[in-house]
Design a protein around this ligand. Structure first.
Ligand code: RVP
Length: 505
């Protein structure tokens, strides 16, 4: 006879947190959101941790290199989408690893034979007054000199004057090698009273420019997530089909952590993929697995060697798996069940395997609830798709700015590798939709705003870190009528933007 889970399956919106005692020191600025990213033994430290419990979804419309850098600057990690060729995915990983914090790749570059007319036109177009001169005019060509507004007098100089005649040539420039740290570059800027400093490779090619003004901006990222070489951490999605080709190129590109991206992870395919990685790389390659929605699924992936386990089937905003296949479980119920199994596994084996709650976060308070219910960290798609840094263009839809957001299982993504149907594309059906989400501006201010709320709620629960939150949280179910009571009600709103639906748009 089939197994029947007791009770119904519930979503985050059906729960609230009941405040606990908070002492005077329990204020948001004292709250740490540090979270383990990969498994560790009791008494030891995880090899990788997050400074904020946020990861971005393994999706074409979410996790490209630009978002990965922006999220790592805030302390989280992106998983670059795997629904592209291994080489293209590896190139994106490399772009994040090669990103030098504070080093700007110039998009206003000159060739020596250009004239003052070109310089003035480029300045007008770009608004930049410092322009590197490279042999071929490209951003990473051999550096010959630099032109700034101190090098020419528009009122006196002939418009035909060639750039090579008035640029400050490389011999007279102060430059720094590619190995210089940002703080060393900054020292050079100050010692030489420069406004910008070209960073140059050994072969004389240009890496980029460090600007005096950007160093201060860089210091505004106290939680940024860096590896031992001070490069941003980045993850990458893999699948259970082409891992033998994909994993080596991703590892080679410097991916810090991998994750098997699948709509349903309680499968032999995942165990085979994990075994192949362990046989080839031992524990040196970190890899998460999923998605599962109950304790059995967790234990299966834990025994198979997963470094973290991802929870959630059918709860994603663009996901129609539950409608199409009738599989899944309310995200809150799934998470609670899996986290209980994680704790049991820890007591039995002394190995702590972090749990990631994936999908279904709509309001900021859902983040706090998921963390209180036991998630070590979260994976979000819709949330990040709305920001400037996501890979899609901003579009105007009936006077409102929107960003496009589509599921990995939609016809648009054509990511059949995520859905283990024996690899037969012809028999596949869509499990996701193509949609718009309201544009919300830069990642930084949105993430900081959301986490301010998380920190503040944690204080209401008397928790100064995520482990304390899990311990101390008092969680209650809400009835349908108390949900109405929780929003503004029985008043006429003057300003519809003053409701709590910030993320929802
Ligand atoms: P959300 O944050 O609610 O937008 O959900 C994002 C999650 O939805 C992803 O991390 C993934 O697990 C799931 N997803 C992605 N594509 C699809 C689909 O096409 N069904 N589902």
């Amino acid at each position: 006879m089939a197994t029947f889970f007791p009770g119904e399956s519930h979503t985050f919106s059906e729960y609230l947190l009941v405040p606990g005692y908070s002492s005077c020191e329990c204020v948001p600025k004292n709250v740490s959101l540090r979270a383990p990213l990969v498994k560790y033994r009791k008494g030891e430290q995880p090899a990788l941790s997050l400074n904020i419990p946020m990861t971005s979804a393994i999706m074409q419309a979410v996790s490209g290199p630009r978002l990965a850098v922006a999220l790592a600057q805030e302390g989280g990690i992106s998983f670059i989408y795997g629904s592209q060729t291994p080489e293209d995915e590896a190139a994106m990983v490399r772009e994040v690893k090669d990103y030098k914090a504070g080093v700007v790749t110039s998009d206003s570059n000159l060739r020596p034979e250009m004239t003052l007319v070109d310089v003035l036109a480029l300045k007008e177009r770009s608004g930049h007054s410092a322009m590197p001169v490279t042999e071929d005019g490209s951003a990473h060509g051999r550096l010959l000199g630099i032109v700034t507004s101190r090098d020419y007098r528009p009122s006196r100089d002939s418009r035909d004057k060639r750039v090579e005649e008035f640029m400050t040539p490389i011999e007279s420039l102060v430059t720094a090698p590619a190995t210089a740290t940002l703080s060393e570059a900054n020292d050079i800027i100050w010692e030489n009273k420069l406004n910008q400093l070209p960073i140059v490779n050994d072969d004389g090619t240009l890496v980029g420019l460090v600007f005096r003004k950007d160093y201060d901006a860089h210091k505004e990222n106290p939680l940024e997530l860096l590896d031992a070489d001070k490069r941003y951490l980045v993850g990458a999605g893999i699948n259970t089909r082409d891992y033998e080709q994909r994993v080596p190129v991703l590892v080679d590109a410097g991916a810090d952590v991998l994750c098997i991206d699948s709509s349903e992870g309680y499968s032999e395919w995942q165990a085979i993929t994990l075994r192949w990685i362990r046989d080839r790389y031992g524990d040196s390659v970190k890899v998460g697995a999923g998605n599962v929605v109950d304790g059995d699924g967790f234990r299966f992936l834990a025994d198979a060697g997963a470094d973290f386990v991802k929870v959630g089937i059918g709860g994603g905003s663009i996901c129609i798996t539950r409608e199409q296949k009738g599989i899944g479980r309310g995200q809150a119920s799934a998470l609670i069940d899996v986290c209980q199994e994680r704790d049991k596994y820890f007591r039995e084996t002394g190995v702590y395997i972090p749990v990631c709650s994936d999908g279904g976060i709509v309001y900021d308070y859902h983040m706090t609830l998921a963390l209180a219910m036991g998630a070590d960290f979260l994976m979000l798609g819709r949330y990040f798709a709305r920001f400037d840094e996501s890979p899609t263009a901003r579009v105007n839809v009936n006077g409102n700015y929107m960003k496009e957001y589509w599921g990995e299982g939609s016809a648009r993504a054509r990511n059949w590798a995520r859905y283990d149907l024996g690899g037969d594309k012809k028999l596949s059906f869509v499990e996701g939709v193509d949609s718009y989400v309201p544009y919300a501006g830069p990642l930084k201010e949105n993430v900081q705003g959301s986490l301010m709320k998380v920190r503040s709620t944690m204080c209401n629960c008397g928790a100064l870190d995520l482990a304390q939150l899990r311990d101390k949280a008092k969680i209650t179910r809400v009835s349908a009528t108390s949900l109405v009571e929780g929003g503004a009600h029985d008043v006429l709103l003057k300003d519809s933007t003053s409701t709590s639906s910030v993320n929802f748009g």
